[in-house]
Design a protein around this ligand. Structure first.
Ligand SMILES: [Zn+2]
Length: 772
């Protein structure tokens, strides 16, 4: 077998090295038959809920690697993806939604709804407590440390559920009154929208689940989320798979597969279900748990993917279901073992084998799929084919956490792809994944996102800078390369080699971006050098560098520039070359015409210089931003570049917000100073004779002729130190009052003016605050 290698124009002997989870190290990448054809199966979504940014990380990551293999290393990749549209999670979710919808449409009495919710939570709590004490009982009897860890973890999880139910109960208490005020349907809907409804849904499902006979509810549920998934993938710029396999379209093949595993004596039938026999598998010389041997035996991990995992029907606790007997209310298919449905893992083995045969080059999925899903897939397929190598390279994308925490709805850090795309563009999200190692965990935090935005900006500035030189004819001016040009040419060559080295080293896209940005920096230094020597940089050289940078960004899916275009492509200039001329130029010409009109009327009305500056700011910050043009002031001149209007609007709004916050800060400070001053003046406007007499606390005291207290309300003479204090306060009041009178002589209205000034500051603050 020849080493997998070579992008065109490269005579290097080095080959592609990849991190293969099967051996946990970087190994040379060869295809099965030594050809350029690569077969790849990726575990797709279980379509029961909206996809989140963790899913985005997985699919964008493998989209990037697929593009590198196809467009950089020039492999011909056959990319197969599945959609799991039969699964415990789907059944649960769809049936509960259906039963809740029915309940909601029949609910008319608010008090009855409250009663039902409260009862459901009580029952759920009792059930949970029993589960906890059962598990704790098991924990006491556990012998192996693995069992102990597992059960201890489970107790924690069950306790967390209790906390959640208690929280929901408290919340319901708080919501009751509000719901009663709303009354009727509105109040009912409010209560059923809260987390207390989860308990009610479980209770309804336990009671009525078996009566659900309309299996169309599962289809419509999965269809909704599958469509949403493809919308997300399109929005993220992920290519579609070459082959899509859905479980519901593969029932016959899955049943056949199970039959062969049974015939090969690696499975057994028990009470209408079929289980994989891990003991027989091991005894035949196979390894169970190739990817994560340490996890074998962890019922906690294994049961996450399989309801009713701990059943007495199994021979060994590690065994797992290939085919499950369907309970009433669950979707079911005819099989030799009765009505049932496939276990989760068998679908991937059967469908991947149908398309790719007994051996594939790459199998991929998220890090958390290693055990049990991928290990079980490997076992089933080896049992089916009597082979020891069904997958040559297993790729697992790293985990994504949010601000250091696992994503979860209850932690309120669950970000769907759609939500993420309202905050960032698809290119920014992709850049975020490109500048990370694909197989390492990442933390989705402001710092990491900002790093991605920063890198995107560096590329944008580079393209804008180069483009401004390319507006002249590339062959005009002096062409003979000097030392600086020769040096930069060799830097471009060097960058190509370095990027290749990075990509060959386990698709190190982050390293490749660093190399590209080093080249960007070199180009900028070259331009600056030319400028300071009053010369002009050579356009053909700049273009060469910019085209290389663009090509690599295209490979990563960050740009869709065509042929020898440079930059981010149509994602930068939203109108591009499509549409007729009027449509294309309209936003720019509109901006120019409106600027001209306002300048003319400003001049006619002798407007101030500030007013004119305001107009030029408006065209920069409003009209051009909306048209997708970013104008950057540099001293007395300005440069411009095209960009996504949404990004520019967001950046402009952030800038404005900062300016506003600063204005507010200054105004609030002024308000405080003025208010203090006013208070001081108002206090000193009182005649010193009155300052004590008018205060409640000295009511019924005795005073001397100056109004200074002498005796307390009981008629007792005040002690010396108290008298001393009153004397000092009186003296100060006399001085202050004199000063006040002086000010009044100078300006009889000074107090009113001060009040008016304070009022004006307060209204300015209000206006700014309301304008948020
Ligand atoms: Zn799978």
């Amino acid at each position: 077998m020849a080493p997998a290698s070579d992008a065109p124009g490269d005579g290097e002997k080095r080959g592609l090295m990849v991190n293969n989870s099967l051996c946990k190290e970087k190994v040379p990448f060869f295809t099965k038959d030594g050809s350029r054809n690569v077969t790849w199966y990726i575990c797709g979504p279980t379509v029961y809920d909206s996809s989140h940014v963790g899913h985005a990380r997985n699919y964008v990551t493998f989209d990037i690697i697929r593009r590198i293999l196809e467009d950089y290393f020039h492999y011909n990749v056959k990319y197969v993806m599945n959609v799991t549209d039969v699964d415990d999670k789907i059944i649960n979710r769809a049936r509960r939604n259906y039963l809740m919808d029915q309940y909601r449409s029949g609910a008319i009495d608010l008090n009855k709804v409250i009663e039902d919710l409260e009862r459901a939570m009580e029952e759920e709590l009792v059930k949970q407590q029993k589960k906890i004490s059962d598990t704790e009982g098991g924990l006491e009897k556990a012998t192996s440390s693995r069992q102990k860890d597992d059960l201890a973890d489970r107790v924690k999880q069950e306790q967390l559920k209790v906390t959640k139910i208690n929280e929901a109960r408290d919340l319901l208490q708080g919501q009751k009154e509000e719901a009663r005020k709303l009354g009727g349907k509105e109040g009912i809907n409010m209560l059923l929208g809260g987390s207390a409804a989860d308990s009610l849904a479980s209770q309804l499902d336990a009671r009525l689940g078996a009566t659900v006979t309309d299996h169309a509810i599962y289809k419509s549920h999965t269809l909704k989320y599958e469509n949403e998934f493809w919308d997300d993938m399109t929005a993220l710029g992920c290519g579609y798979p070459d082959v899509l396999v859905r479980v519901t379209e593969y029932m016959d093949k899955i049943i056949e597969y199970v039959e062969v595993v049974l015939a090969n004596k690696f499975a057994y039938v028990a009470n209408g279900s079929v289980y994989f026999d891990t003991k027989a598998f091991r005894e035949a010389g196979h390894q169970y748990g190739k990817l994560n041997p340490a996890a074998v035996g962890s019922s906690l991990l294994a049961s996450e993917s399989e309801s009713n995992f701990e059943t007495s029907e199994k021979r060994t606790s590690c065994d797992f279901a290939l085919w499950k007997k369907s309970k009433p209310g669950e979707p079911a298919w005819e099989s030799p073992w009765g009505l049932g449905r496939p276990g989760w893992h068998i679908e991937c083995s059967a469908m991947a084998s149908d398309i790719l045969g007994d051996n594939m080059d790459i199998h991929s999925g998220g890090h958390d799929l290693q055990f049990p899903h991928h290990d079980n897939e490997l076992a089933q397929s080896e049992a089916y084919f009597h082979c020891h190598e069904w997958v040559r390279y297993f790729f697992h994308s790293g985990h994504l956490s949010i601000d250091g925490l696992k994503m979860s709805k209850s932690l309120k850090n669950f970000i769907t792809i759609k939500e993420a795309l309202t905050k960032y563009t698809a290119r920014q999200l992709r850049m975020l994944f490109v500048i990370q190692s694909w197989d390492k965990s990442i933390n989705f935090s402001t710092t990491v996102v900002n790093e991605a935005l920063q890198k995107e900006k560096q590329f944008k500035n580079f393209f804008a800078n180069v483009e401004s030189y390319l507006r002249q004819h590339p062959m005009a001016g002096i062409q003979r390369p000097g030392d600086d040009e020769k040096q930069l040419f060799s830097r471009v060559d060097q960058a190509q080699i370095m990027v290749r080295e990075r990509l060959e080293d386990n698709f190190d896209t982050a390293g490749a971006v660093t190399e590209l940005l080093t080249l960007v920096r070199d180009v900028h230094s070259y331009i600056d050098k030319c400028k300071s020597a009053n010369g002009k940089p050579q356009p053909s050289l700049l273009k060469k560098a910019a085209i290389f940078v663009t090509k690599i960004l295209v490979v990563f899916g960050l740009s869709d520039a065509k042929n020898d275009e440079i930059g981010f492509g149509s994602t930068t200039s939203q109108s591009g070359s499509t549409g007729n001329l009027t449509t294309v130029v309209a936003p720019y010409v509109d901006g120019w015409v409106s600027l001209r009109d306002s300048v003319r009327s400003a001049v006619k009305s002798n407007a101030s210089q500030a007013k004119l500056m305001e107009l030029t700011d408006k065209v920069r910050d409003e009209d051009m931003v909306d048209a997708g043009v970013c104008v950057v002031d540099e001293g007395n001149t300005s440069t411009w570049r095209l960009d996504d209007p949404q990004v520019l609007q967001r950046e402009r709004d952030e800038r404005r917000l900062k300016v506003k916050e600063e204005k507010l800060r200054v105004l609030r400070q002024k308000r405080l100073q003025k208010a203090n001053l006013l208070e001081k003046h108002e206090a000193s406007s009182t005649s010193p004779q009155e300052i004590f007499k008018t205060k409640d606390e000295y009511k019924d005291f005795a005073f001397d002729e100056r109004g200074v207290p002498t005796h307390d309300k009981g008629g007792k003479e005040l002690p010396k130190n108290a008298k001393k204090k009153f004397e000092a306060a009186y003296k100060k009041a006399v001085t202050d009052h004199e000063k006040f009178k002086d000010s009044l002589v100078k300006d009889p209205h000074f107090l009113q003016n001060l009040r008016a000034e304070l009022q004006e500051i307060v209204s300015q603050i209000l206006r700014l605050e309301q304008d948020r």
